[in-house]
Design a binder for this molecule. Structure first.
Ligand SMILES: C[S@@+](CC[C@H](N)C(=O)[O-])C[C@H]1O[C@@H](n2cnc3c(N)ncnc32)[C@H](O)[C@@H]1O
Length: 213
């Protein structure tokens, strides 16, 4: 079967499997922004149960304090293999428990987590609405969620440019440019939404909110 006849979820999974060993080398410098701040915004308490969705190679692990009760999931076996190694690094003070799992079908019960982090993931997943519903389902009422993500530009010329680029970038399986993540978030059962720019050219934003009680 050719790459382009695969379901979108498999295209994404295979793309990240393929690039997992090169991810840190190529993408770390572009995706370093906002991680420390995102973890800071989680307002971690020692008793918190934390879920990081789409952990990738574990680039956020070093920012969690020692003893953090962290569960990480990712769809790609290759990325998880890298994150297992990252978990053993001297820079990492927490001991994440890792699962191969689809964020669109999270295998945890309702109301399990106090905090959720999603870094550079929400417009990579094939179905952002479904991923949001699942994240909110596994959150306890009042749980805090922090995301780092590209947001659709308000400038209509840039938005049109992104629409034009979308078929090309999505066929590579690495990310999509056709969604309005902020509108999707605003349509969910959430409150206390904040958005702050991060990275040069304000390319990415840190979005935080709490799940309504
Ligand atoms: C751009 S990378 C970001 C990785 C990491 N969070 C970071 O900040 O470097 C996107 C990650 O999302 C994962 N991913 C994509 N679709 C997914 C899904 N449906 N369920 C779980 N993980 C998924 C990919 O395998 C990849 O590791």
């Amino acid at each position: 079967m050719g790459l382009f006849s695969l379901p979108e979820s498999q295209i994404v999974q295979q793309a990240y499997d393929r690039y997992s060993s090169l991810y840190d080398l190529i993408l770390k410098p572009w995706l370093v922004f906002g991680r420390e701040r995102a973890v800071e915004l989680l307002d971690l308490e020692p008793s918190d149960k934390i879920l990081e969705v789409g952990v990738g190679t574990g680039l956020s692990f070093e920012y969690y304090p020692p003893g953090t009760n962290l569960i990480g999931l990712d769809y790609s076996e290759g990325m998880l293999r890298q994150s297992l190694e990252m978990g053993k690094s001297d820079d990492v003070k927490c001991h994440p428990e890792l699962f191969q799992m689809n964020v669109e079908k999270i295998g945890f019960r309702n109301s399990t987590f106090d905090k959720v982090l999603a870094a550079y993931v929400m417009t990579v997943v094939p179905d952002t609405e479904r991923a949001m519903r699942e994240i909110i389902r596994v959150c306890k009422p009042g749980a805090k969620v922090v995301m780092i993500n590209h947001l659709r530009p308000e400038n209509s010329i840039l938005a049109t440019l992104e629409d034009a680029l979308h078929p090309l970038v999505s066929s590579l399986g690495l990310f999509s440019l056709d969604r309005d993540l902020l509108s999707i978030i605003e349509s969910c059962n959430i409150e206390n939404l904040t958005v702050e720019p991060t990275s040069f050219f304000r390319l990415h934003h840190i979005i935080s909110f709490t799940v309504k009680k």
